[in-house]
Design a protein around this ligand. Structure first.
Ligand code: HEC
Ligand code: HEC
Ligand code: HEC
Ligand code: HEC
Ligand code: HEC
Ligand code: HEC
Ligand code: HEC
Length: 317
């Protein structure tokens, strides 16, 4: 008897889990699908922005002089921005929340709240993309990188992506998260910061590349905050073993510019071949490992990086 009941129960579970009808109805409610597009040629991959077309994917009708934006889906951004698949729960930044008093006082006037809440349009000036702009609409891979911040129609006059954060957040507080800031106001080394990457704080006066022990694979150490950066720099996969000619050249560069261009465990180029992750003043001036610290892009060969490896050698000597 008990055995039979068990079988029945198991069968029931199988039937429920196989039945598409049951799982779909709950999903359909929150998961927008392509049937919500009104233009035949629009899919989840179409770039609606800056095209001067497809107004009717977001607007019931074009807004006039009155304040009514005539937005579809009652202005619900989860639906309006459905191609990106974000919900307030999955977006990288808190949205649909009321700022704390302290934060509210800091938020500049040109970052508008909606019903007192942070929403997508608080940071993204979405009207910018309503107008036609062929430069952005048809931008290829290169221009897209170049115009990235403009194409995201972010508000405020921002040069790099963290600029926008400090419109509302105190820069001081967020420096904790930047492991390249390694000294306090007095200029002393903050040993805890070293542990973001090192197993123990190295002796900056004596330790070499060979002496330091890192908490993981060289590339991963950087990727966990910066993302993959696979086709980088210059859109090229640089993470390879250099040709003999290039290897010899890199050694010449190390001597000429008194720097280090370290390779990874397998002899491949890696992030720290080109970038110095340390703050200026941590590794004492005069040591090769100090070159490039806090320089533009943290380049070990500032201003001449690409040319140093690829340009005419005569230009460097
Ligand atoms: C991807 C969705 C989307 C598309 C496509 C789109 N809009 Fe908009 N548009 C919006 C949203 C959202 C707002 C509201 C912005 C806000 O509240 O800050 C808006 C606002 C506007 C406004 C009012 C601006 C103001 O502040 O007074 C006008 C006018 C407008 N859109 C015209 C257009 C026209 C014309 C097109 C087609 C050429 C278009 N939009 C395409 C989403 C879109
Ligand atoms: C607090 C400010 C802020 C709010 C609020 C905000 N964004 Fe963003 N958004 C940004 C910044 C900054 C970037 C650029 C990030 C980068 O450089 O990778 C970005 C990037 C994006 C991108 C392009 C990168 C990607 O992830 O595909 C999309 C799409 C996007 N936001 C959509 C939204 C939507 C939809 C909402 C509302 C649910 C929203 N944003 C709310 C600041 C914000
Ligand atoms: C328009 C103002 C605004 C901008 C721009 C903004 N934030 Fe926020 N952020 C907020 C508000 C409001 C909260 C909710 C917490 C609060 O009210 O104090 C928040 C919360 C956060 C939190 C959760 C932890 C905390 O401090 O409460 C993080 C992390 C965060 N923001 C990071 C960022 C980053 C990174 C950027 C830049 C890409 C950014 N923010 C841009 C307003 C903003
Ligand atoms: C973001 C990661 C990161 C942080 C944080 C960091 N390091 Fe390093 N460090 C590395 C990597 C990767 C290497 C190996 C490449 C190299 O030699 O520069 C290294 C190498 C070194 C070297 C050898 C440099 C050479 O080549 O001569 C010294 C000395 C050193 N670190 C000291 C420190 C001290 C002291 C701190 C704390 C103030 C610190 N590091 C914080 C990643 C980091
Ligand atoms: C804990 C997170 C974290 C880790 C780990 C980390 N970084 Fe960073 N990095 C940051 C932050 C935050 C900034 C400052 C962002 C800014 O100013 O735009 C930054 C800035 C940089 C910049 C400068 C960008 C510019 O425009 O000047 C470079 C280059 C860089 N990091 C390389 C590295 C390398 C190489 C490693 C690995 C050894 C590494 N980072 C590890 C968080 C991290
Ligand atoms: C530390 C030296 C170094 C630096 C700096 C460097 N590269 Fe390279 N690059 C290499 C190596 C190594 C290869 C692989 C070919 C080789 O070994 O000769 C390569 C290959 C290339 C290729 C070749 C394509 C191919 O598939 O053969 C291009 C294009 C390129 N790099 C562009 C750039 C650009 C642009 C910059 C600056 C943003 C740059 N590189 C900076 C070392 C470097
Ligand atoms: C061959 C040299 C080289 C290697 C290897 C390299 N970079 Fe870069 N990096 C550059 C150059 C040149 C720039 C500035 C121009 C650009 O973005 O192409 C740059 C810019 C950056 C920036 C700032 C701009 C941005 O796009 O955010 C960060 C952060 C960065 N690199 C991190 C990394 C990380 C992490 C790795 C390893 C996974 C890495 N780099 C490997 C040469 C290199």
């Amino acid at each position: 008897m008990l055995f039979k009941r068990c079988i029945l129960f198991i069968l029931l579970i199988i039937i429920i889990s196989l039945s598409p009808a049951v799982s779909k109805t709950t999903e359909e409610k929150n998961q927008p699908d392509a049937s919500t597009f009104v233009n035949k040629d629009v899919t989840f991959k179409t770039n609606l922005h800056f095209s001067g077309k497809y107004c009717d994917e977001c607007h019931e009708k074009i807004p006039g002089k009155d304040k009514n934006m005539h937005l579809k889906f009652s202005g619900d951004f989860t639906w309006l921005c459905r191609c990106h698949g974000y919900t307030p729960a999955t977006y990288i930044h808190p949205v649909d929340i009321e700022p704390s008093k302290e934060k509210k006082a800091r938020i500049p006037k040109d970052f508008p709240l909606k019903n007192g809440k942070i929403v997508c349009t608080t940071c993204h000036d979405i009207y910018k993309q309503c107008q036609e702009n062929p430069e952005y609409a048809q931008a290829g891979e290169w221009n897209r990188r170049f115009y990235r911040l403009q194409m995201l129609f972010l508000r405020g006059d921002i040069k790099k992506r963290t600029d926008i954060c400090f419109k509302c957040h105190e820069e001081q507080k967020y420096q904790k998260l930047n492991p390249h800031m390694q000294r306090n106001e007095k200029g002393e080394i903050i040993p805890e910061i070293c542990l973001y990457c090192h197993v123990a704080k190295p002796d900056e006066k004596t330790a070499d590349y060979e002496d330091v022990k890192l908490i993981g694979d060289l590339k991963m150490i950087c990727q966990r905050c910066h993302g993959d950066m696979i086709r980088h720099p210059g859109g090229i996969d640089h993470y390879r073993v250099p040709s003999t000619k290039m290897y010899i050249r890199m050694q010449m560069l190390e001597d000429k510019f008194e720097t280090v261009l370290p390779l990874d465990e397998e002899g491949k180029l890696t992030c720290i071949t080109c970038h110095n992750p340390h703050e200026k003043g941590v590794i004492p001036k005069g040591r090769r490992g100090a070159k490039g610290a806090s320089e533009s892009y943290r380049h070990r060969l500032p201003k001449i990086l690409c040319q140093a490896c690829h340009g005419k050698l005569e230009d460097l000597y």
